[in-house]
Design a protein around this ligand. Structure first.
Ligand SMILES: Nc1ncnc2c1ncn2[C@@H]1O[C@H](COP(=O)(O)OP(=O)(O)OP(=O)(O)O)[C@@H](O)[C@H]1O
Ligand SMILES: Cc1cn([C@H]2C[C@H](O)[C@@H](COP(=O)(O)O)O2)c(=O)[nH]c1=O
Length: 189
């Protein structure tokens, strides 16, 4: 049965790096077929968000949910993977748009039809470390960067509510990978 892992965390926490290192490790050491995918997914919706900006958080919830519907439909056609690693999922909407004041219960309701992941790994680190790593940040809006401290708080609250596995993302990427591998081997396979 196909497993779904979501990797969550603020910008610069190392999600994409970990997702790709995990794929490499799990394919070579555990002979698993692994697909890595990410959100936002649809180039059309990414372009729309870049045009609209970050000032209408309700619209962002709806656009990211529409993107997710396109993404989940694409995922439903993948039959031969043992594991799908999602670089961001609906918890990003709850954390980021919740940090902008949108009611979390409504965000959860808008995302309630999407498949639940088997595991969520939260990459947590101090804001200043994350910001020092942010490169060509997508949606590099001032409003978003200013909200990152609140987004981190929201993620840590969600971690308690949904039993996320929290990894110290301020460590070296190989240590982060080791922590994630231990969590997956112990709790998923
Ligand atoms: N554990 C780590 N230690 C130091 N640098 C790291 C670590 N993990 C990733 N980086 C570096 O930090 C930058 C951001 O990494 P990455 O793109 O994986 O983060 P991300 O969480 O996917 O970011 P975003 O959400 O903004 O796309 C990259 O330059 C990457 O090489
Ligand atoms: C899925 C999703 C994403 N976001 C935000 C989080 C990030 O700042 C960007 C995506 O950029 P990345 O560098 O590709 O991670 O979008 C959001 O606010 N809500 C969401 O649902």
């Amino acid at each position: 049965m196909q497993k779904l892992i979501a990797i969550e965390g603020i910008d610069g926490s190392g999600k994409t790096t970990l997702a790709n290192l995990l794929k490499e490790h799990l394919e070579s050491k555990m002979k698993l077929d692994v697909i890595v995918t990410r959100e936002p997914f649809s180039e059309d919706i990414i372009k729309l968000i870049e045009k609209i900006g970050w000032n209408d958080p309700i619209l962002l919830v709806l656009l990211f949910a529409a993107d997710r519907e396109i993404h989940v439909n694409w995922l439903s056609k993948i039959k031969d993977a043992d594991l799908i690693i999602l670089d961001r999922y609906y918890f990003s909407s709850i954390a980021y748009q919740g940090a902008l004041g949108v009611d979390e219960q409504w965000i959860k309701m808008v995302n309630s039809y999407f498949p639940k992941p088997d595991m969520v790994i939260l990459l947590d680190l101090p804001i200043e470390v994350a910001i020092s790593r942010i490169k060509n940040d997508k949606f590099n809006f001032e409003e978003k960067i200013k909200s990152l401290a609140k987004v981190r708080e929201k993620y840590l609250k969600l971690a308690k509510e949904y039993n996320f596995y929290i990894v110290d993302a301020s460590k070296d990427k190989n240590e982060v990978l080791e922590q994630a591998i231990k969590i997956i081997q112990k709790n998923l396979f």
